[in-house]
Design a protein around this ligand. Sequence first.
Ligand code: ASP
Ligand code: MG
Length: 306
Amino acid sequence: MQDTISRLRDAKMTNILRVQSAALKAIHDYMYERGVVQAMPVILSPETDPLNHPHFDASVEYYGQRLHLTKSMILHKQLSLLNGGFDKVYVMSPNVRLEEGSLGGTGRHLFEFTQVDIELKGRSKEDFMELVDGMVARVFSFVKKECEEDLAALDRKLRVPATPLKVFESEDLRDRYGDDFEARASRELEDPFWVTNFRREFYDKEDKKRRGYYHNYDVFWPEGFGEALSGGEREWEYAEIVRKMTERKTDLRGYKTYLEMARQGLIPSTVGGGMGIERMVRYLTGQKHVKDVALFPRVPGENIAF
Ligand code: ASP
Ligand code: MG
């Protein structure tokens, strides 16, 4: 309990929360100006992101229906764009991912976190990158101007990144840095950067003519802070979705409505991604672990005090 009390009373937490408030204001203002409408988060759903890595189940039975805590709102973001009146949407989306305890020490993982999750209809990955570059530049310049005293108290010198952020192919970085390229590039590069083409969840678009090439990407924070955002252009064709779910051994029975919508050709062609808020604040404030910016942290493998 002592730990919880000192965390709640820590003066540093005031500076961190002020930086976080400024960052969130900058994001909301920017989205509003760019015509991206805000949707409310979904917390429980019969269908959620399968996540393509080992984790524990987080679901409850409610009146005969199995409901999952949201691992990401990817499927809901896609379907929200069925509405013809808007073509850009974002959500401040809480996610629960019961990760394995081995991720407790990465400095980047919480099993409960919030991401700003964005999706655009009828646009390309270049359009999405341009939107996110603008968001990052806006957040950093606003925080730098607004939170001078907080940053000084945290002994953090913040660099407003030059945009457009650099874009690298994952294969090129692998050639240059080896298999550990994410961590090494993050340590060596000065500004946040994009990396494209990762094999992961079924919903990220795979090139039909060039199998094994994915139109997806991550953003990485520099100074070794690592992954900031994941996203991609999306699959929307039924046959592709089923093929990729099967390849990834995803149980199709968990995706009844989504698959039926896809079968009817209703999934719009979209592009998007989600940026972790706590990871962003960790980088802005220069903290060692993402738990250091959370009032009530949920670290993989650790008991929760409160
Ligand atoms: N939000 C991400 C996306 O849009 C998925 C994730 O959260 O990992 O692709
Ligand atoms: Mg990711």
